[in-house]
Design a protein around this ligand. Sequence first.
Ligand code: BG6
Length: 477
Amino acid sequence: MDYKTLKPFPEGFLWGASSSAYQCEGAYLEDGRTLCVSDTAPVPEGTTNFNDGVDHYHHFKEDIALMAEMGFKEYRFSIAWPRILPQGCGEPNPLGIQHYHEVIDECLKHGIEPVITLYHFDLPQCLQDKYDGWASRQCIDDFLTYCKICFAEYGSKVKYFLTINEQNMMVLFQGDQYKDKGGVWQANHHMLVAQAKAMILCHEMCPGVWIAPAPNITAIYPASSSPEDNLAAMDWDQMRNRLFLDTAVFGTYPEALWQRWVDQGIEPKDVTEDDMAALRDAHPDFIAFNYYGAGCAKYVDEEEGQRVIAEAKAQGGRVAFMTGLMTYPGIAANVSNPLQKKTSYGMGVDPVGLRVTLRQLWERYRLPLLITENGCGVRDELVFENGEPRIHDDYRIDYLRQHIEACQAAITDGVDLMGYSPWSAMDLISTHEGISKRYGMIYVDRDEFDLKEMKRYRKDSFFWYQKVCKSNGADLA
Ligand code: BG6
């Protein structure tokens, strides 16, 4: 650590953890909920689907009590759009609405601040079928109908809303589903306008309530000190990060990126005066972001870029996923950083990168920051010692400790950090790697295809994080 004396975590710092509805709730067709796009996506062989999750829908009281025992000050979770509006728009579902009242009330009962994501990868499937989801401008209005219900129902109890989880990952990764690249950026534009209008609506309906975007943000290192790689890192930063935050905070698209689109004829064509006014008039109160490890960019020409993608596709799995996400022929490719450590699932471990990211965000946007995801997804082993269930996850403790130290260094650097909400509170189903890739501090006893009783057990990280929360970050030992 470079400072002789670190500043303490501020009073009221929001210690907690996160989850998302479709990954933990289960009860996927219960009480009026309909399918979302993540429920219908292909499931990799050998891993479970999301139907049963970890049954948080029925276990939420027990789970929130365990969070309270850890000393959580906040719990970040998402509301399932298809529970509130089973047809994506139109008639609301009273049972869905009631469920989230109960979850929020349970948090408040324990003195835990609910931080609510409005949309976490769960677009109602019916809207995808009806008009191709975000490809259609109609999706903006339907999202606002949904947000309006959430603000009216929960706005008097909740202090923090998040608009869209990881819009950048959805767009950059799922881009393939659109007919052409222009279609991707048009859909992205619709989402940006929907987000802007949701922020305006929130401020009109719930004065004093804070709302923020929640992209996945990471510093981008150049692969070498060559000028081309530096430019590639800047371009990749515009595409991966600033496209989503400059639009949210400043209401403008990054110029160089827009110019590249124009150059290729793929800029969003349907952009109205009203859209741009919404982007300009909307102002987030803070920035929430997810961080899992810094990126590294290298310049690739069109031919090399296509080759990188083809090679990754041939390897399949996670490699194809990440490379497809991170390669833009003619601009930049994401390359593995030889200096970055990796988890057993190949995800980067870079706590200093978190500090770099915090500094960059603070210095560019000057808004309070909330870390809404960060965590170590690996296999855990459940053992019984003298009949007691134990999960010795010292690797998770190390990971979290290093990232919390990076937060404290960033606070000492002058960053206004509001809270730390790692992924995840309890184990849940990973986006692509089932229940075996666990992130939680609360163990949920189920396997990929054997649901067992889904009993909850405290991992070693549970007891460690309890000390962290209760000492306001002073005791990280
Ligand atoms: C984030 C998502 O991308 O990363 C979460 O917001 C996700 O939904 C988390 O679970 C970890 O990724 P994965 O693929 O390991 O589940």
